[in-house]
Ligand binder design. Structure first.
Ligand code: URP
Ligand code: ZN
Ligand code: ZN
Length: 460
């Protein structure tokens, strides 16, 4: 099976040129103007951008959260991702307290066997005494080269600073990357208890009890610990100016600290969490949405390379069935929101078209840097001879209004309901298979492969 893409405007992190691209089976085998080849399928890409498929490094599919399970599994979630132009995800296997990392990996490989696009796994570490450290080495050998630790959710996911430091030292020695959820869980716990005692139960109190200062403090502490361990560090879901400033300071002092934000922190705010009649529950995710004054500083952080990646933290729950299953107070609402399908178009519309980030920076933050930082480059994240044929033909002029009635995610609401975006994925090719074309699905469950990632590329 071969595909020739003709006359597309090829955009990579460093190139912008009109050219042809030739794909044989799963791989890009030639790039150049007017390629003298014959192909089984010819795709005319005139007036289209041709970009490497998006890579979303932060998703929670089929994930147990707060007594329920996220509503997209690896089949529905990856299918929705593909409709939006994402051809690869990195999801999270989660260690159960007292259980081993290999057990968790086996569980998630089974879940992932339904994936429609290629996927990698990070490992969430909840419990890591000295005696278990060898399991981190085993994970790296099995292609899991990044580890997430939580400074929040005491009694559930939170690890203490000694554990974090121990894991950082082990990861440093293995060339693996520590990813930190940076919020001060103990202080938040105190604020939550006090709010509930005062009868402050509405979804908005989720944000008011997790203030930016406690994200910034934890970000600072994580950076301090990584500095002591001489370990690279990746801060997940940075939400606010204060936390971004901590990352900026670390980078200016030469530490290998990187970070991501998510479309919802760039575009939504506490105003959404404050919607009446418990509708705010749709926007209850962690860390919480912030005041809209944080939007421009976060865009600035993306522009200036303080933050390097935009992921979705996709963690969907049905509104009535799951989000509203217990409305006594905000602590009972499952944390998380849907977004895997819309990352590329939201970033293109509000980032590129509205002049906040240049076109090539868009490709960098949604595809190239995710591949580089998480050990997938140059197989993924770029368009080169020898790279996997993960490509998107992007129509820069198409207009679409986002709605739960038309999206492909398995969830009954959209956080972006009614927003009209210009630009979208028209043809999506994953390892040489055309899986989406003009809104029609051609992929299938189980075609996605588990990606054994190499040691993460440390980016300064
Ligand atoms: O609310 C969210 N983001 N749920 C998923 C867990 C996490 O902290 O990423
Ligand atoms: Zn998190
Ligand atoms: Zn998450």
């Amino acid at each position: 099976m071969s595909i020739l893409i003709t006359n597309g405007r090829l955009i990579t992190a460093d190139l912008d040129e009109v050219t042809d691209i030739f794909i044989e089976r799963e791989t890009i085998t030639a790039i150049g103007p007017s390629l003298p080849v014959t192909a089984d399928t010819i795709l005319d890409a005139a007036d289209r951008l041709v970009i490497s498929g998006g890579i979303d490094v932060h998703t929670h599919l089929d994930a147990p959260v707060g007594g329920t399970v996220s509503s997209d599994d690896f089949e529905t979630g990856t299918r929705a991702a593909a409709f939006g132009g994402t051809t690869c995800i990195i999801d999270f296997a989660a260690q159960e307290r007292g259980h081993s990392l290999p057990e968790a990996l086996d569980t998630w490989l089974e879940k992932g066997s339904r994936a429609t696009i290629d996927f990698g796994l990070h490992m969430i570490v909840t419990d890591m005494p000295e005696i278990r450290l060898g399991e981190i080495t085993q994970m790296v050998e099995r292609g899991v080269t990044s580890f997430k630790l939580f400074m929040a959710y005491p009694g559930v996911l939170m690890t203490d600073d000694a554990t974090i430091l121990r894991v950082m030292e082990q990861c440093r020695d293995l060339g693996a990357l520590v990813c930190i959820h940076a919020e001060n869980g103990s202080a938040i716990d105190h604020l939550v208890r006090r709010a509930l005692a005062r009868g402050q139960t509405a979804p908005l109190y989720h944000a008011l009890t997790r203030p930016p200062a406690l994200e910034a403090e934890a970000t600072h502490r994580a950076i301090t610990l990584a500095g002591l361990a001489h370990a690279p560090l990746y801060i997940v879901h940075v939400t606010c100016a204060e936390a971004a400033t901590e990352v900026l300071r670390a980078r200016e002092s030469g530490l290998p600290v990187t970070g991501e934000t998510c479309p919802h922190y760039l575009l939504l705010s506490t105003h959404d969490l404050d919607r009446p009649d418990f509708e705010g529950a749709k926007y209850l995710l962690t860390p919480p949405l912030r005041d809209a004054s944080n939007h421009e500083p976060l865009w600035e952080a993306l522009r200036r390379d303080t933050l390097q990646i935009v992921s979705t933290d996709h963690c969907p729950f049905f509104f009535v069935r799951q989000k509203l299953s217990d409305t006594r107070d905000f602590t009972r609402i499952p944390n998380g929101g849907p977004g895997i399908e819309h990352r590329m178009e939201l970033l293109y519309h509000f980032g590129v078209l509205e002049g906040r980030i240049p076109l090539r920076r868009w490709v960098e933050v949604v595809s190239t840097t995710p591949a580089r930082l998480f050990g997938l480059y140059p197989k993924k994240g770029t368009i080169q001879v020898g790279s996997d044929a993960d490509l998107v033909l992007w129509n820069p002029g198409t207009r679409r209004t986002i709605s739960a009635s038309t999206h492909h995610m398995n969830v009954d609401y959209s956080m972006y309901e009614g927003i009209t975006v210009t630009g979208g994925a028209e043809t999506v090719i994953a390892r040489g298979d055309i899986i989406v074309r003009n809104g029609i699905w051609y992929g299938k469950a189980g075609r996605g492969r588990f990606l054994k990632r190499s040691s993460s590329g440390v980016m300064e």
